[in-house]
Ligand binder design. Sequence first.
Ligand SMILES: Nc1nc2c(ncn2[C@@H]2O[C@H](COP(=O)(O)OP(=O)(O)O)[C@@H](O)[C@H]2O)c(=O)[nH]1
Ligand SMILES: C=C(OP(=O)(O)O)C(=O)O
Ligand SMILES: [Mn+2]
Length: 622
Amino acid sequence: MDPLEYLKNRLEPEQFEKIRAIDNPELHEFLAKYIDLLNPAKVFVCTDSKEDEDYVRRKAIEYGEEKPLAMEGHTVHYDGYYDQARDKARTKILVPKGVEVPFVNTMDREEGLREIHEIMKDIAKGKELFVCFFVLGPKNSIFTIPAVQLTDSAYVAHSEFILYRKGYEEFKRLGREAKFLKFVHSAGELDERKTSKNIDKRRIYIDLEGETVYSANTQYGGNTIGLKKLAFRLTIRRAVQEGWLSEHMFLMRVNGPNGRKTYFTGAYPSMCGKTSTAMIPWENIVGDDLTFIVDMKGEARGANVEKGVFGIIQGVNPEDDPIIWQVLHSPNEIIFSNVLVKDGKPYWNDMGIPIPDEGENHSGKWWKGKKDAEGNEIPPSHKNARFTVSLEAFPNADLEALEAPCGVRIGGMIFGGRDKDTWPPVREAFDWAHGVVTMGAALESETTAATLGKEGVRTFNPMAILDFLSVHIGDYLRNYLEFEKKLRIKPKIFAVNYFLRDENGNWLNHKLDKAVWLKWMELRVHGDVDAIKTPVGYIPKYEDLKKLFKEVLNKDYSREDYEKQFTIRVPEFLAKIERIEKIYRDVGNIPEELFKILEGEKQRLLEAREKYGDYISPFQFE
Ligand SMILES: Nc1nc2c(ncn2[C@@H]2O[C@H](COP(=O)(O)OP(=O)(O)O)[C@@H](O)[C@H]2O)c(=O)[nH]1
Ligand SMILES: C=C(OP(=O)(O)O)C(=O)O
Ligand SMILES: [Mn+2]
């Protein structure tokens, strides 16, 4: 049957008219196919109107996926106890025969499509299906990518309204021109707590060729919010094919001397500090997770893919995160997920104030000391518990930069991860290629609760993107190295490490020290301070940091702290190079330049070791 004809018969007239207003046969076909497959009792089509958004918000509560909290605009949502993080094992890239994507799970495309279509048959039976339109990046700009989401979860649709720019009018405007991404989600059968029941049939399948992502029997945002980490797999591929960058990066403004504004991006794996860095009170946030970077007249211009924050709540406390704290305690539209609730108020781990001994959390009724089926004590909130809120709620958001159709010029790009023993807190690359290879491509980080599985395992995670890398790493890196050639003004590349520890496992830095590293990097972008040349890049001079610690944090920064933090740890660096080189040798199809750069770094380290020994004080290099 003709898709429009089918939709006309299947939808209520009011809903059908909204679809008919978009002149795009590919969209009609897609909608007809999946409405038929999922077989919901009812379909609601969201336009950009306030009424439609209100409808979704109301339904999230009516269907029990969210519960209102005491403060206006606040709700709580729970994911199933075993559905609290990204499921890497059951996330697969569907590849046509002959295509190789190392490091991530792949599956034959035909077979994967068959399986997921079987799982999704009649999966939304008896439920309401929401059809939502959004765009990635600012509207009507070089960055814009339209996307359509089908979901039977009002919570997922509601989250997307908070996190993304509305796209119904864009679809209407673009008509047949719209080259859109497609997301099909169903939470599947729900239990009495309204959480996905059939976790064994949880699947996240990414069809690159059809630019479609299927997600079934899960609710956790990282697995379900189509425009976030699911779209990311698709945009990385587009970027590599088209010669731009789609990155797992925050985007922020660092305020330099005399009102100077410098924009930075930062790529750290999930739970390694993107949101907390972009939220530093005296700087300005543009985005905290995903950035598109394009070349425009020889400049690298960046834009936030999103317009909201799906942030980790654990550890948010009034002292270190005053702005987030304030936002979370004001009547903004916020979805709290997997937190402890008592008398209508949300609580979370390490929030810096006393919290109740009982209430409701992601395990149901909760009391202090409660154990799960595996005998593990259940904390008040899940480690990966989150808050979802629009950037408009933040007094430190740079909303002008957020909506700028040409994005903002990027002055610096930062890479970082959880590294207890190798990288110093901050350093600068010698040049683009050195940074891309030794800081981006060589990134390793300890695993966290953002993904299911063991925590604290040092893992190769180039550009903090490995979980999402939908193309061959060699092609991805080649694109990165090539990108430089399009640039007249090149961003400086930096590496940070907030997670250095001493022999006893104590952190070597305070959470707010990153504010100082940012100011130093800002000065470096403009050549305002000198730096010390080491075998692994430039590091700050003690005097400059001492001054900045005083100015920024009103702290006295001791020579001892500096020396401990910035000691060049030659054996650790060498071991790392060896690990990284082996990984790239084994995988094949890697640009030769990468090996040359790693070899250069190794030689410089060996020479330095000859002269100064294994652990070299930064003062030695001055
Ligand atoms: N020790 C330490 N922990 C940090 C630091 N910055 C952030 N964290 C913690 O790391 C976790 C994840 O941070 P977040 O910024 O949300 O990471 P994202 O997922 O990359 O956005 C939170 O629990 C933070 O409290 C830091 O400088 N030092
Ligand atoms: C949504 C996620 O993002 P991040 O932890 O990077 O904020 C995730 O990893 O599931
Ligand atoms: Mn984050």
